[in-house]
Design a protein around this ligand. Structure first.
Ligand SMILES: [Zn+2]
Length: 83
């Protein structure tokens, strides 16, 4: 038989400690390690500009159709091995 008062005896909600405050006013760029500041954790302006220039914009069907796979993929050395 279940005790009707058991429902009132739930364990207390887990309390997590306060996350460590991250200093957004001065932190190293995750890409080039230049000390910079931002409203959130992200690469510096220079890196963002460089990334935008080197990476294709997502969401464009035309660009997706024109996508060519990178040719720097290393083939499987074992598969190519001629015994
Ligand atoms: Zn950077």
């Amino acid at each position: 038989m279940a005790n009707p008062s058991a429902e009132a005896e739930k364990p207390p909600p887990t309390e997590f400690p306060e996350p460590e405050q991250f200093d957004y006013s001065a932190f190293p760029c995750p890409r080039c390690k230049t000390t910079m500041s931002a409203e959130d954790y992200r690469p510096c302006e220079a890196c963002i500009a460089e990334l935008k220039a080197t990476q294709r914009t997502e969401g464009s069907a035309g660009e997706a159709a024109a996508y060519e796979p990178k040719m720097n993929v290393t083939p499987n050395a074992v598969a190519l091995k001629d015994d």
